[in-house]
Design a protein around this ligand. Structure first.
Ligand code: 5GP
Ligand code: ZN
Length: 137
């Protein structure tokens, strides 16, 4: 099987700013944040997308995504959260390991779909990751 970017993040072969984990899923910061606090939640067991994943993996991702979203409300003052999972190229998917985007929202934040992947400032992403970690419960 060809190497999977998110499986390599899970094993630590590729570094990522992890913010939360449990037995089934892991959350980390997106390197191209569409909005401040943009995080990704992935299942530990590889599934290509939400169309192919077993129900337990989908449930685990949404449970962890909800925790990250609540942390974003607390520490980033998000007034809403968009949870998004793209499936297949025509669905907007570019990384083929199931993931849920957690997009903390603010009024008139200008986010539109699809957004352009633009690298964020690593120092800013790291600071936000620390805040989210501190607020996860
Ligand atoms: P998709 O386009 O499949 O819905 O989402 C893939 C996401 O993975 C994108 O938001 C993209 O910025 C993010 N991404 C791509 N490569 C990396 C990486 O090496 N590290 C991290 N943390 N995120 C990545
Ligand atoms: Zn994978």
């Amino acid at each position: 099987m060809p190497a999977c970017l998110f499986c390599e993040i899970l094993t630590g072969t590729i570094p990522a700013l992890r913010i939360a984990e449990d037995a089934e899923a892991m959350a980390f910061m997106d390197i191209n944040p569409a909005v401040p606090g943009h995080a990704l939640v992935i299942p530990r067991d590889h599934s290509v997308d939400a169309l192919a994943a077993p129900p337990a993996a989908l449930a685990a991702c949404m449970v962890l995504a909800g925790r990250v979203g609540r942390a974003a409300e607390l520490v980033l003052g998000a007034t809403g959260v968009t949870f998004l999972s793209c499936a297949r190229p025509d669905g907007g998917q570019t990384v083929f390991h199931l993931h849920v985007h957690v997009l903390p929202r603010q009024p008139a934040d200008g986010l539109s779909f699809p957004w352009l992947h633009k690298p964020g400032d690593p120092a800013v992403i790291e600071t936000i990751a620390g805040s989210l970690r501190s607020a996860l419960y």
